[in-house]
Every structure is written in structure tokens, then in C-alpha cells.
Design a protein around this ligand. Structure first.
Ligand SMILES: [Mg+2]
Length: 230
């Protein structure tokens, strides 16, 4: 018999298709501010943004910069690389991104049917490093909030995955025993090894079949496979 009672999900790139939704949001923003004049092509804008965003998110995760800096600096550095020094425009884009992106609804295939199946058998929760205001809006707009009993954000826990503090906070908060719980996520370091590090079982959601040499409880390339495991 299955030993699990509590299932913890990551949200971005595990259920909610972050990359498609972000790209879609930036197409809206690119048109709104006529960024073609600055960047010449959408890909120039988007690729430059992604580069700065990755670097700044790492700094944020390591506690080197504040959320307020991350949220506009990724755009001001993108603009600067194309010769534009306009902090006001960067802040407007940052604001729009936070407002528009959580209204996008693209999910990974089988998200709803898998969650429909799982939430009848288990207690489901989210553990996310995303910003509170964005993550709650995403869940509501995509009609996902009905499946989850609690959403644990890094802002509320005071620590980001893979820090053990956020996993322990999420377990303790609902009196979940670690041996009856499992974490599902797309990020090998942050979700999977973060969970493994405290002795929590893991499912690595690996839709691109990225090769690795870690020993993991379960690995899947489609959410549909969860119905075989759980
Ligand atoms: Mg993720």
C-alpha cells in the first residue's frame, strides 16, 4: 500500500508553464512600449532579459539583493545593454510584468486531470520560491487553487528552496510526517536535492529528459505518469 498522505508540488515549470507564459507576457509588453525601436527584434529583447534575470535570481536566492531590486534591475540592465538608460521605463515594465504574467494560463499537459486524480487521494500543497502576489493570482486564474490545501511561499517561510527551512516549515505547518510526504518539482538542485537533503522523498519532473547522475525516488517526463506512481 502507498505510504504517502501529503504531496508537495513546485508551481513554476512543474504545473504552470512558466516559459510559455513569460514569453507571452513579454510579447504584450514589447508591443505596448514599442520596444522594436530599441531592440530590433523580440528575440534580442527576450534573450538579453533572460540572461540578466537568471543572474539576478541567483543573487536574490543567495540573499545578495532585495526583491524590489530584482524586479526592475533585470529590465534596466536589459535596456542598458542596448544603450538605453531609463530607470522609469524599467520600472514600468517590471510593474506590467508582475500584473500581466499571472493572468496567463498555459499549464503543462495533463495538469488538471492529474491534480483532479491526486487531490481525491492525498493532501496537496504548493512550495514555491515565487513572489506571493504573483503565485496566488496564478493559482486562482488558472483554476488550480481548488486542488491545494496550502501554498507555502519562500516569502512567508523566510527561506528559499533548497534551504531546509522552507521544507521543514511546510511539513510542520500541516503536521505532515516526513515519511508520509513527497516533493514533486522540475528543478534538480532546488526541488529534488533540496527535498532529498532533509530525507523527504522526491519526484523529479524532467520533461526535457535532462541527463544527470543523481539517485532520485522517482523520475517522470509527463505529469500523467504520477497516476502510476501515486
Ligand atoms: Mg520550478
Amino acid at each position: 500500500m502507498n505510504k504517502y498522505k501529503h504531496i508537495y508540488f513546485d508551481l513554476d515549470r512543474t504545473i504552470w508553464d512558466f516559459d510559455k507564459n513569460a514569453r507571452d507576457t513579454f510579447i504584450d509588453i514589447y508591443d505596448k512600449y514599442n520596444l522594436e525601436i530599441i531592440f530590433n527584434s523580440f528575440d534580442n529583447f527576450y534573450n538579453t532579459y533572460e540572461k540578466h534575470n537568471d543572474i539576478l535570481w541567483n543573487d536574490y536566492r543567495e540573499g545578495k539583493i532585495e526583491k524590489s531590486i530584482l524586479s526592475y534591475k533585470r529590465f534596466s540592465l536589459t535596456l542598458e545593454e542596448f544603450g538605453i538608460n531609463d530607470e522609469e521605463l524599467a520600472k514600468k515594465i517590471a510593474h506590467d510584468y508582475i500584473i500581466i504574467s499571472p493572468t496567463k494560463k498555459e499549464l503543462f499537459p495533463f495538469a488538471h486531470e492529474t491534480l483532479e486524480y491526486l487531490h481525491q487521494k492525498y493532501n496537496l500543497y504548493i512550495i514555491t520560491n515565487g513572489f506571493n502576489e504573483v503565485q496566488f493570482t496564478k493559482l486562482k486564474n488558472s483554476d488550480l487553487d481548488k486542488y491545494f490545501l496550502e501554498v507555502f511561499t519562500s516569502e512567508d517561510a523566510g527561506a528559499q528552496k533548497p534551504n531546509p527551512i522552507i521544507f521543514q516549515h511546510a511539513l510542520k505547518n500541516v503536521n505532515a510526517h516526513i515519511n508520509e510526504s513527497i516533493m514533486i518539482g522540475d528543478d534538480l538542485q532546488v526541488d529534488v536535492l533540496g527535498a532529498k537533503n532533509i530525507g523527504l522523498d522526491q519526484v523529479f519532473f524532467n520533461p526535457d529528459n535532462i541527463s544527470h547522475s543523481e539517485s532520485i525516488t522517482h523520475e517522470i517526463s509527463s505529469l500523467k505518469e504520477l497516476q502510476e506512481i501515486l
